[in-house]
Design a protein around this ligand. Structure first.
Ligand code: HMG
Ligand code: MG
Length: 295
């Protein structure tokens, strides 16, 4: 069966804007996040506390959090790779962080400057200290279906990394198809290999046009948290073939069509995408935005 309610975990301000070639002004980022909250979002990944030279697009994380009007009932998680990042996040009273692991050796090296095993030495103290401070921790695993250097990722390898992250005390595990190569049968097989699909979220990049089909497969396997980005912007600067995420508007069109409640106002989402596209200087790749913005 399908869930009656789905939480859309909005990653546009982080995954979307980390991949823009131009640096978006901090006041535009703050307004973007405000508009997302106005449209009904209850969880908005706001930015990253990563090394500022690795991702200069989000080097203004501190400034952004200072400006942000954090509303009661809305969660604003931020990406944190290590203890230095956690210190920066705690200094801004962040209530939720997300760590991000790799399922493959090569991507761990490229994205984190660590190995498949040594990434855990970086994450363990981050999770322990975050939980001690009352901060919730989401975990991502990237390259869950395949990676550009190693080919298809073995399911057992993804499950081993993922269960270990959950075992640290992370409340949620987001399965990332960083380069969008997954297909629905693979999604079902992966999700059903985990002990508790209830703690899983899915994070599909739409490189091969499979993101919506993959999402439906995930919902049928018991997932009820889906990551998406406004207008389908996004990508990972350390995985060149990665394009944008599943577009929030495309996801919401499908979910509402299925009678699944999201709490989101699609017209406001489309208006926000159109507003953002004007600031980024190019149209949104989302089919739903293109269809509705014309009318
Ligand atoms: P490193 O160079 O190994 O870091 O980078 P280090 O621990 O050796 O430290 C070197 C210097 O950097 C030190 O300064 C640190 O203080 C400083 P020094 O003592 O030399 O003056 N430093 C920092 N400064 C500010 N903030 C920090 C920080 N950390 C160290 N957090 C590191 C390791 C993990 C930091 C680096 O590789 C990094 O920042 N990587 C992040 C890459 C990234 O953001 N990628 C995109 C996000 S992941 C993604 O998009 C995938 C996802 O969407 C899911 C999917 O699609 O699959 C989540
Ligand atoms: Mg991503």
């Amino acid at each position: 069966g399908l869930p009656r309610q789905v939480t859309v975990y909005e990653v546009g301000p982080r995954d979307g804007l980390q991949n823009e070639s131009a640096i978006v002004p901090v006041e535009v980022k703050a307004e973007f996040i405000d508009r997302l909250a106005d449209a009904g979002h209850r969880v908005i990944e706001a930015t990253s506390f990563v090394h500022p030279t690795w991702v200069p697009q989000l080097a203004d994380a501190q400034d952004l959090l200072t400006r942000l009007d954090r509303r009661p009932g809305v969660r604003y998680p931020v990406l944190v790779p290590n203890e230095r990042g956690l210190d920066r996040a705690l200094a801004h009273d962040v209530e939720e962080i997300a760590i991000f692991a790799s399922a493959t050796e090569t991507f761990a090296a490229k994205n984190l400057n660590r190995g498949l095993e040594s990434q855990f030495e970086m994450f363990e103290p981050v999770v322990a200290r975050a939980l001690d401070n009352g901060v919730k921790v989401r975990a991502y695993v990237s390259m869950c279906f395949g990676d550009p250097w190693e080919g298809p990722t073995p399911i057992a390898q993804v499950v081993a990394v993922g269960e270990r992250l959950l075992g640290l005390g992370c409340h949620e595990l987001s399965l990332g198809d960083t380069i969008g190569v997954g297909t629905p049968g693979h999604v079902t097989a992966l999700i059903e290999s985990f002990r508790d699909p209830d703690r899983l979220a899915v994070h599909f990049h739409d490189t091969y046009g499979q993101a919506l089909a993959n999402t439906l497969a995930a919902l049928r396997s018991g997932v009820h948290v889906v990551d998406a980005s406004t207008g389908g912007i996004g990508g990972c600067p350390y995985a060149e073939s990665a394009t944008g995420n599943l577009a929030t508007e495309d996801l919401v069109w499908m979910l509402h069509g299925l009678g699944i409640d999201t709490g989101l106002d699609l017209d406001k989402l489309v208006a926000t995408s159109t507003w953002l596209a004007e600031r980024l200087g190019r149209p949104s790749p989302s089919r739903v935005v293109q269809a509705l913005a014309k009318g």
